[in-house]
Design a protein around this ligand. Sequence first.
Ligand code: WT7
Length: 659
Amino acid sequence: MSDDTAELEARLAAQDSFEPPSSFVEQANASDPAIYDEFEAEWPECWRAAADLLDWESPYDTVLDDSNPPFYEWFTGGSLNASANCLDRHLDERGSSVAIEWIGELGETRTYTYEALHREVNEFAAGLRSLGVEEDDVVTMYMPMVPELPIAMLACARIGAPHSVVFAGFSAEALTTRMESAGSEYLITCDGYYRRGDPLEHKGKSDDGVAGVDHDVTSVVVDRLEDAYDHPMADDEHDYDELVADHAGETVAPVSRDAEDMLFLMYTSGTTGQPKGVKHTTGGYLAWTSWTSQNVLDITPEDTYWCSADIGWITGHSYIVYGPLALGTTSVMYEGTPDYPEKDRLWEIVEEYSVTQLYTAPTAIRAFMKWGEEYPAGHDLSSLRLLGTVGEPINPRAWKWYYTHIGNEACPIIDTWWQTETGGMMVTTLPGVGTMKPGSAGPPLPGVDVEIVDVSGEPVEAGQAGYLTVQKPWPGMLRTLYQNDERFIEEYWAEYSDVDSDDPDDWVYFPEDGAKLDEDGYITVLGRVDDVINVSGHRLGTMEIESAIVGVEGVAEAAVVGGNHDVKGQAVYAYAITEEGAEEGKELESAIISGVEDAIGPIARPEAVVFTPELPKTRSGKIMRRLLEDIANDDELGNTSTLRNPEVVEAIDQKVNAD
Ligand code: WT7
């Protein structure tokens, strides 16, 4: 480290608050601090500001219908089409501007202007109709970061068919479960994709997934690998390019959707093994993602904005596709990994495309730090004006590294807390307004009523930790869990609400995160308080992983916890008890690892598998995961006095942390 750098690091380490640069504030979409008071005073009418960012086919008559909590409805009576809002309405003014700048892993690029995107979305929408897709049919997509994914999403939105995107890294079994649960009869998939320069086959996994579905499925297959991978096509499979070519030049009028009609489903992990189908609607969701894209990401049509998430997760839905395109900007989409061909790939892209905003995740930032500051230093990153992060808490050291080595101390950083269920951002500073405090996400957005409460639901004092709650509804909120209103109430509301009441004031949304209320009202998110592990910003349910492990021959019982990991944030640690006669060892360990990969996907792969004769249990038979976490982290062991078998904790600890 040079003297200069050392001095800078020392200065930054001591600094715990940062003001947005005046050059940013002067041009920011939101720069007036009065917005907080205004939105509070005008709630819920304040959210007209979000709805006003959209083109409505017929105007809404009520901003919020809260007559049947927690089944809130927003912008009722209004109708609109999401694809028309993301495409058609931009054609006159910026048809020839770039909508999607796609960069493939092999270095190839595809540039879609709004006109070109509009054309292909129309053709594919016509193609989907010709295959029989009708309004309200759920269409599943199982694709990596290829342009056909957002095209397919927008084509579905155009004809009023909700999409359900399944992350391409998930397993065949995960695809089956999601298609079954949604009763989805259509699948858009691809033959494969590239990873680190090599073709990676995807179709076999996709076929296995479809084979497990009880009903008939019609598929469209995108030919990403072309000659690198030949695959036969069955009668109920259609080639994407041929389908689009068959409908060349056709237009499909956007179907008028009620504000409350479903735009898409997104499955996410929860406490129980069964994934939850989060339902988002057309009006509220699109208004929410547009408003936050404008006021938090500071997006204007002239920007070249880049969110490095995968569209298979909510971040990509909200902030690669819907929000940015609704605002008519250029959204960058990168297919590959950040360290291929070299560890400066991202910085090369920022420089080449003059990226203005970069939205990424703490896990990526920790990897960049590890690789070294020389990688960004070799590129001109001066086009950047704003940096963002999402997915998990960011520690102040990583925050400051991002601020210095990527932002050159000239870009505000937004640390955005939200989740699949909230549709879009909820807690973050407004970059043109608020002081930034590394490690703390910030205050709730204007018009968002977040309170940190104790177990009995009472607000905690400043300086205290508790549970994060949302006390009032917001337009981007999930409306229910697909076809499971009961579980919706059980999972998100029962904890702090009077579930028998019709008074919306008695209903409180609980996202299952712990948080600390700082002296100045800022919120420092501490992480999940349910049995969900956050691996590289991705949510994995411990129960899902445990049931995969127990499904492996030779395993009698399993417990899974999240242990600290310096890049991933958390990693999966599995504890397994073998069946009578089964042998502990490498072979069973590999079987467990492949069992998890088959059931969920490689992201859930255990970092370590520990065989143990017993699991620590309470007298009522509940597994004490907290102690297993202590062991995974090599922490001081917590209290074992309530255990039925305290001696086992010591034994496992010895085995794992002996030295
Ligand atoms: C969970 C939601 C939001 C899109 C990506 C993940 C954690 C998210 C932050 C943040 C601290 C965060 C929470 C949340 N989380 N953002 N800025 N600071 N924690 O979506 O898969 O639905 O996961 O991610 O624990 O509940 P998701």
